[in-house]
Design a protein around this ligand. Structure first.
Ligand code: X8Z
Ligand code: ZN
Length: 617
């Protein structure tokens, strides 16, 4: 009977999943062998059901291994994480092959979507060759741990000794260093950790592309761009359209920042050129809020120093997380489970290497939620906590969907939730929480607030835009390994108007000094998020009954806003993203008008400040 034969192919696939992936069956052949029995839509639905059940098990195993590897970096945990990932990779590739048996059938929309999501589910597809798959899994695990344990040992300091500096220490120097040279040293120091990644990255690109080709994509960039419910070319055009909408505002902010930096670092900043990348208060020049004291429009107005306030009030990491949680419960969302507090990593351990880059997890796809951070008591991390909790609440509201639907409507949605809520963590809200003592009320005070927010939200946009432009160009072969670094700096300068403090030839691999490159996390999601979070904010403000300009809104305490949010989160990725966006905002397009509306007062002020200056680079 054909159903039995069909189940055989699926069962064979399941058997492969049970072992470690080295005995992967040739599922394609098995499907071919039963060509005489045409598959049915019901079988497709059953197949998707099995795949969901299997993936839940395998993703859980892999997440457990990855959690331990990231919170306790050793050669052994790295190997265990690679093995678990290899198993997922083998299973996924085989399942994708098996699913082709249903190509051309008219399926119910949910099954069709699940099979599509299966095909694009992995950011790192592996070749079917066992040795190559294993090599790729090892490289991926290795690059992430190299990043996590990366340290710079200044000349004369012995490796492994106390005097070596980790990312936290080097970032502190970029933020608080007294001189141009001190910052430059920290900037270059951190970029020593990525030099040895270069050959690994090259091989990872070769193998990942091979895996992508085997499942029907031209290369990994094609796969990455195929996750947005539209053809990849249209996606690229959408990203470019959004960038062009916000570019003028970025250029005005850049112009203003550059003139202040030129005055601060006499003779070291060219008033017509790109800004040296180590002067923007952040290791990657991606968010500039640490420059606020230099760029404050009206100095001496109400203090917005949240970092000082948190420290004065005796906040610690856990209390900051509780404060974050109370924002979410305040709009009517559930409390976090106790296990969240028991299993999360809030602090950098003293006795071992960990990946400090903040992340949020649901290890079992059933509300085993945790965050992993190395929290500092400062404003930046208070905002990051809200960001991570946005991921956590997404997990909590879609956990009962099949795992293939346990995802954001697209990845930019996932990134935007916590940030959209953090836009409501205004001085007024912080005063209510007893953190700030006063709130700015007049136009000058409000402009100060706008500047502070813009230094994160507007400064970030070209960075968010360029990272995957680089990867798309690398994956597609447009840029050969001999020009990786050169191309990186070409894009950094073109989009951000920043430049390296010295010539950075292709003996360096500066992309590897940014977490998401060695960790293989796609990045254009953040660019989309930084635009969409203002659309979400606008929609929630409307639901909350806010009146007045968008930048004065906080949805804190509004259960109407919370209801809107919860409904969208609960959809997961079960519907094409425009449906989710429409449910939340009433529009089906990603659009920059909300972010532009939010920053309208600052935009006008920057125009005045820049009058008579030559902007651009
Ligand atoms: O990586 C992150 C989050 C984790 S998803 C902390 N972000 C990007 C980055 O740090 O580069 C948030 C903003 C951009
Ligand atoms: Zn995130």
């Amino acid at each position: 009977m054909k159903t039995t034969i069909r189940s055989f192919a699926v069962l064979a696939l399941l058997a492969s999943g049970a072992c470690t992936g080295d005995k992967q069956p040739d599922t394609k052949q098995k499907v071919d062998a039963v060509q005489d029995a045409p598959p049915t839509a019901e079988e497709a639905e059953a197949f998707a059901g099995r795949v969901n059940a299997d993936l839940k098990e395998k993703w859980t195993d892999s997440a457990r291994a990855a959690w331990v590897a990231a919170t306790y970096i050793t050669d052994d945990t790295e190997q265990l994480a690679a093995d678990a990932n290899e198993d997922v990779m083998a299973y996924t590739a085989a399942a994708i092959q098996d699913a082709t048996a249903f190509d051309g059938l008219t399926l119910d929309p949910a099954t069709a979507r699940q099979l599509h999501l299966l095909k694009v589910s992995s950011s790192l597809p592996a070749p079917s060759d066992d040795a190559k798959r294993s090599e790729l899994a090892q490289i991926a695990a290795k690059m992430e741990s190299m990043y996590g344990k990366g340290k710079y040992c200044p000349p004369g300091i012995e490796e492994g000794s106390e005097g070596c500096q980790d990312l936290a220490e080097l970032s502190r120097l970029i933020r608080e260093g007294k001189t141009y040279e001190e910052k430059e040293q920290a900037w270059k120091g951190w970029r020593t950790i990525s030099v040895p990644m270069r050959p690994l990255y090259q091989r990872y690109v070769e193998l990942g592309n091979e895996g992508a080709r085997e499942i029907g994509f031209t290369d990994m960039s094609h796969l990455w761009k195929s996750r947005y419910d539209m053809p990849p070319e249209q996606f690229e055009a959408t990203v470019e359209k959004l960038w062009q909408q916000v570019r003028p505002l970025y250029e005005d902010l850049h112009c203003y920042a550059r003139s202040k930096l030129a005055a601060q670092y006499q003779g070291k900043v060219d008033e017509k050129g790109a800004i040296p990348a180590h002067l923007l208060g952040n290791m990657w020049a991606q968010e500039w809020a640490n420059l606020y004291p230099l760029l404050e429009p009206y100095p001496g107005k109400t203090s917005l120093d949240v970092t000082k306030a948190l420290n004065d009030k005796g906040y610690d990491a856990k209390r900051m997380v509780k404060l974050g949680e109370s924002f979410f419960t305040g709009i009517g969302l559930d409390a976090l489970p106790d296990s969240f507090y028991e299993r999360s990593q809030f602090l950098q351990p003293r006795d071992r290497d960990v990946v400090c880059h903040a992340s949020a997890w649901d290890v079992t796809y059933e509300k085993d939620v945790r965050i992993k951070m190395c929290i500092k008591v400062d404003e930046e991390d208070l905002i990051t906590i809200h960001h991570e909790l946005g991921h956590i609440y997404y997990y909590m509201y879609y956990y009962n969907l099949p795992v293939l639907f346990q995802d954001g409507a697209h990845d930019g949605f996932h990134e935007a939730i916590g940030d959209a809520l953090a836009l409501s963590v205004t001085p007024g809200y912080l005063k209510q929480q007893g953190i700030l003592d006063e709130v700015p009320k007049d136009d000058q005070g409000l402009l100060n607030v706008q500047m502070k927010v813009a230094l994160d939200k507007i400064a970030f946009l070209p960075f968010g835009r360029m990272i995957d432009q680089w990867r798309w160009d690398v994956f597609s072969g447009k840029v050969p390994p001999t020009s990786y670094n050169q191309h990186w700096w070409k894009l950094r300068e073109a989009y951000q108007g920043v430049k390296a403090p010295e010539a950075r030839g292709d003996e360096y691999f500066d992309p590897g000094a940014k977490y998401h490159i060695p960790a293989n996390v796609p990045y254009v999601r953040y660019f989309l998020s930084f635009i969409m979070q203002f659309q979400f904010h606008q929609a929630m403000c409307q639901a909350a009954g806010h009146e007045g300009p968008l930048h004065t809104c906080s949805i804190a305490g509004s259960t109407a806003a919370g209801d809107k949010l919860r409904n969208m989160l609960a959809l997961g990725s079960s519907k094409p993203w425009p449906d989710a966006l429409e449910a939340m905002t009433g529009t089906r397009e990603m659009d920059a008008s909300a972010i532009l509306e939010y920053f309208a007062p600052l935009a006008a002020w920057l125009k005045q400040q820049n009058e008579g200056k030559t902007c651009g680079w």
